[in-house]
Design a protein around this ligand. Structure first.
Ligand SMILES: C[S@@+](CC[C@H](N)C(=O)[O-])C[C@H]1O[C@@H](n2cnc3c(N)ncnc32)[C@H](O)[C@@H]1O
Length: 257
């Protein structure tokens, strides 16, 4: 049966790769690399660099493919994601049929960790329900959350407290209020700038782990505008941006007082 390794590659620094990831990449017959668009081409470069640095198997084949883009017109968000996953499943199915015999294996290099805001696993599950018999396994990777907290030298959680992971679209539902720590990913609208709380802190990072990394931290009211401006300028310069931030209210042990 075809075997697909879904390999977490970390969040931008090739040195995030684990020994388990390196061993998996060296064991497969084919490595599939997504390419297309400004962001995709820089991300494809990181993937190529990882392969150059770590894949020593001369028999490995590399196959580049175009990721279908998500159609948003006249659909709800959920409908558009569902259709998009169907389109990617069809692309994967084609890749497996065209480039793997029934006993061969392949690897996908997944940004960060495959379990965090990534749909490769869901899509593989769809493909596995179809006509191509396959099995798959997962190698965990360093997430952008870990890259963020490491760069800011902060713990993710307050002592004994929970953490919420959310998106920009949903930040206002939980912070401040339910969550004392919220990590926000996939935020194209700078949801932090709409939070009006004098006691909130923000730890923001863009292009983490890469040579272009930018980090800013401080009281939200003091640094919000600087983050919005820095983000806009960096996005224009690069043609794309990937950013993440942690919002915090409260301090360790403050409920002992
Ligand atoms: C589709 S999710 C993928 C998350 C990934 N699986 C992980 O484990 O971090 C993409 C989001 O992750 C965050 N992200 C990923 N890599 C990043 C990086 N190097 N710097 C800043 N944010 C990053 C951003 O919030 C981006 O919008």
């Amino acid at each position: 049966m075809r075997h697909i390794h879904i390999v977490g590659i970390g969040a931008g620094n090739p040195e995030h790769l684990t020994v388990q990831a390196i061993n998996a990449l060296n064991a497969v017959d084919v490595i599939f690399i997504p390419s297309k668009g400004a962001a995709k081409s820089e991300l494809a470069d990181v993937r190529r660099e990882i392969c150059q640095r770590y894949v020593a198997n001369p028999a490995t084949r590399y196959v580049e493919y175009e990721v279908p883009s998500r159609q948003t017109a006249d659909r709800s968000y959920m409908q558009s994601v569902d259709e998009w996953h169907d389109a990617i499943s069809a692309t994967y199915e084609r890749l497996f049929l065209d480039h793997l015999t029934e006993s061969q294996s392949a690897g996908f290099l997944v940004w960060g960790d495959p379990g965090l805001y990534d749909s490769t696993l869901r899509i593989l599950e769809r493909v596995a329900r179809g006509k191509v018999a396959l099995d798959y396994s997962v190698v965990p990777g360093i997430t952008s959350i870990q890259a963020l907290t490491a760069s800011h030298r902060i713990p993710l959680n307050l002592v004994g407290k929970p953490v919420q992971i959310t998106t920009g679209r949903r930040l206002a539902e939980s912070f401040p209020g339910i969550a004392e720590t919220a990590v926000v990913m996939l935020d194209g609208e700078q949801a932090f700038s709409k939070i009006d709380d004098p006691d909130a802190y923000i730890y923001w990072g863009a292009y983490l782990g890469t040579k272009d990394e930018i980090i800013i931290a401080g009281r939200l009211a003091d640094v919000s505008e600087r983050i919005v401006e820095t983000r806009a300028e960096a996005r224009t310069r690069h043609g794309w941006i990937m950013d993440i931030y942690l919002m915090r209210k409260g301090q360790d042990f403050d409920d002992l007082a």
